[in-house]
Design a protein around this ligand. Structure first.
Ligand SMILES: [Zn+2]
Ligand SMILES: [Zn+2]
Length: 297
């Protein structure tokens, strides 16, 4: 009897003895695989060679994906899910080392490759890239972000500036036809809010404006039509003001939530972009460029 058949027989015996649902028991009785590491090539080899496994789903069979019993993940995995993971890791290649973070059989598994975290959906041919904070179940708000909105502030100045630049360039490409309409976007607001907590408002704002609009000194050369150059110039100034207002609103929110300086208890009112919004100027410790600040709730 193969290992897989033994496991299924054990699950069925437990099902007969307890009357519990097969899928629930299979989840509870699965061999834990968390911490297991393997190469993407090994998982692809399983995917290419292992036969279809029969699974008793707790939903209609015709919605179920074709699955195989993966010894590496420790449960039935849809072929399509593995292929989608391989697509997401195409640039890293088949030699990439993958580590299993957690497995919930017949539901989902989370795997990690070079800090990127992927939720393998085990009930559909589907993969979701997750926030890079271990154990976080959220997805990022943009393709350009490595972390979810709750963990963006913990990335530090350099990473936030780099995300602002990537997102801004993408935004500019999207608005290629109408460059004066490039401002706005909830993703820009999220970056600014994270920058407030991480005490790097100015570098993040500058990276956003530069990536979205380009160098204002070149507007006259880039836009042949003088009225368009002027429209983009106005749009840039409007967006600069809007980002400042987003920042101010975030500082007001933090001041309200904190109540007073977390160090000395004096009231907080003014905002200085160079100091943490939770501290008064006399208690603030000057921040270095790569200071990593804890996320503010
Ligand atoms: Zn997160
Ligand atoms: Zn203080």
């Amino acid at each position: 009897m193969t290992k897989d058949k033994k496991r299924k027989t054990a699950v069925r015996e437990a099902q007969n003895a307890t009357g519990s649902r097969y899928t629930r028991l299979a989840r509870e009785m699965a061999a834990p695989r968390a911490g297991q590491a393997f190469r993407l090539a090994d998982l692809l080899a399983e995917c290419a060679t292992l036969p279809h496994a029969s699974v008793e789903w707790d939903f209609p069979e015709h919605y179920a994906p074709a699955v195989f019993d993966s010894a590496l993940i420790g449960t039935a995995v849809p072929y399509g899910t593995v292929l989608e993971l391989a697509g997401s890791l195409a640039q890293v290649g088949p030699g990439a080392t993958i580590t299993v973070e957690s497995v919930s059989p017949l539901s989902q598994a989370v795997v990690v490759c070079r800090k990127r975290r992927f939720q393998l959906v085990l009930t559909q041919d589907m993969v979701n890239e997750l926030c890079r904070q271990p154990e976080c179940a959220n997805t990022a708000d943009s393709w350009a972000f490595t972390h979810c909105r709750d963990h963006l502030a913990e990335c530090g100045t350099r990473a936030l500036v780099s995300m602002a630049r990537d997102w801004g360039r993408g935004r500019r490409e999207e608005h290629d036809e109408d460059p004066a309409a490039v401002g706005g976007g909830t993703e820009a607001d999220l970056l600014i809010k994270a920058a407030i907590a991480a005490v790097c408002f100015e570098p993040v704002r500058d990276a956003l404006l530069d990536a979205c609009f380009g160098d204002p000194d070149l507007f006259d050369d880039v836009y042949w039509d003088a009225s368009q150059a002027l429209a983009v110039q106005h749009a840039l100034e409007r967006e600069r003001l809007r980002l400042y207002e987003v920042a101010q609103a975030e500082v007001r929110r933090i001041h309200k939530a904190t109540g007073a300086c977390v160090s000395c208890g004096k009231p907080l009112f003014a905002w200085n972009p160079g100091i943490p919004p939770t501290h008064c100027p006399s208690c603030a410790v000057p921040r270095t460029a790569e200071h990593r600040s804890p996320a503010l709730a």
